[in-house]
Design a protein around this ligand. Structure first.
Ligand code: SF4
Ligand code: SF4
Length: 438
């Protein structure tokens, strides 16, 4: 597989146990935090809601409802700008004084306790898909595609292999690692349920050789279930769906296609754990684990966070910023989005916050392309990044499409190796925004 080996920097947070974020004074629940149609708000302002109540109803098959992640009172709807630049409607919820769950009890409710795997084969596939849909599950690895859509059986495109993705190849991020270490059982139970829903004949949980302890933790939890745990050679962006499919199954996914085209479905480990919680406990997706890391934060942590908390809340929980903190990246430095403010709500797909210092972000000056071809050599999707970026810069969208701009997964490998410091990914993202709609 093509790709790169950026410095991992996982040492900052990988030994930090998952901590529960204290209940914020307010959360803001975005009505669009997934790929697909936005939700419609169901409550008027000043309505009391309890943890887990539906706040936004899904509109359409490719959509996912959103739920109250704390108990409290709704406020007037407003608009927030998410890290990807989208302006979306948000429902604020002011926290009630009394919360039903916090600290260890909240952790146990979400990830702790027993997750028996015996008898899961009794669950009907439709029952699993319904529970997943009602729980508002989306891919927690970042893409945030509604999970019930992936798991719904389709006779024309049967699923043979379910891959559970624990590669977490993005530098700095260790949320999935912490989950695999501390909560392997819900991952395994969720994998079995997803297998049953999708009708897959095999399940492989994949991780990388820089996370061998996590692989061992999963192997113990999966003993006797028939699930294989496979350790892959560490490489970025191995955690991309298509790259993982190629690495494990040895078969290419067609350009512009999906793993489903070759009989595979990929779920992130966090999505698997949330599947178990949805089906076995009837609980919606209200919380997720994210990493706060980087040299600019006082204490790197893995936090269990209510959806809708602000990045400021998570930074405060980590002791705040050091004076040299210079850039906030929602996610990791390769695929993440720079955010100008910490007052941005955490969404279901948010995997972390990386705070970089001035020294780390010191920018090399952009020069002209020297046609070295390095960007082409590393692109995991066999694209020609320089041509897409230049077409995008020239606003020639027809040419950009001919070079498959929509297939680009924005992994950042091309920009990482470019000796001319050309902001290839930013140019490609800009081009995608300029593409004609529909
Ligand atoms: S063109 Fe897209 S997919 Fe290829 S290396 Fe660049 S960002 Fe990654
Ligand atoms: S890596 Fe940079 S300099 Fe080399 S061909 Fe690509 S865009 Fe041009």
């Amino acid at each position: 597989m093509r790709g790169v080996h950026p410095p991992e920097r996982k040492d900052l947070a990988e030994r930090a146990p998952i901590e529960v974020l204290p209940t914020p004074a307010e959360v803001r629940i975005a009505l669009l935090q997934h790929l697909g149609a936005p939700c419609e708000a169901v409550h008027k302002p000043r309505t009391d809601v309890a943890l887990g109540d539906v706040v936004g109803e899904a509109k359409g098959f490719v959509s996912a409802p959103v739920h109250a992640s704390i108990s409290g009172t709704t406020g007037r709807m407003s608009v927030a700008t998410l890290p990807n630049g989208r302006h979306v409607a948000v429902v604020p919820i002011r926290a009630a004084e009394e919360q039903p769950l916090s600290d260890r009890a909240l952790f146990d409710d979400v990830l702790g306790g027993e997750w028996p795997t015996a008898g899961l084969e009794q669950c009907e596939p439709e029952q699993i898909v319904d529970a997943v849909r009602e729980a508002g599950l989306v891919g927690l690895g970042g893409a945030a595609f509604p999970t019930h859509v992936k798991l719904t059986r389709n006779e024309d495109r049967p699923i043979r292999t379910l891959l559970i993705n624990g590669c977490e190849c993005e530098p700095y991020l260790t949320a999935d690692y912490a989950l695999m270490m501390e909560a392997p059982k819900p991952i395994v139970a969720g994998a079995l349920l997803a297998q049953r829903a999708a009708g897959a004949s095999e399940v492989i949980i994949c991780t990388e050789d820089n996370k061998r302890e996590a692989a061992e933790s999963l192997r113990q939890a999966a003993e006797g279930t028939g699930i294989e745990v496979r350790v892959l050679k560490t490489k970025y962006p191995q955690g991309g769906e298509k790259q993982l499919t190629v690495a494990v199954l040895g078969r290419e996914v067609p350009t512009g296609g999906l793993p489903l085209d070759i009989g595979a479905v990929v779920l992130n480990v966090g999505t698997a754990a949330a599947t178990a919680r949805a089906v076995m406990r009837g609980k919606p997706l209200t919380h997720r684990v994210l990493t706060v890391s980087g040299a600019g934060i006082r204490q790197a942590k893995n936090l269990l966070v209510p959806v809708g908390a602000s990045y400021r809340d998570v930074v405060d929980c980590c002791g705040g910023l050091i004076p040299e903190a210079a850039r906030f990246v929602a996610g990791g430095p390769m695929m993440g989005f720079t955010i100008g403010s910490l007052d941005v709500p955490v969404t279901k797909g948010a995997s972390g916050l990386t705070v970089l210092t001035q020294a780390e972000v010191r920018k090399a000056e952009e020069t002209t392309c020297v046609r070295c071809g390095r960007c082409v050599d590393v692109c995991p999707l066999n694209l020609v990044p320089t041509k897409i970026a230049m077409a995008s810069k020239a606003n020639d969208m027809e040419l950009a499409q001919r070079h498959h701009i929509t297939a680009c997964m924005e992994c950042g490998c091309c920009a990482y190796v470019c000796p001319a410091s050309i902001p290839l990914v930013q140019l490609i993202r800009l081009g995608k925004v300029r593409l004609p709609k529909g």
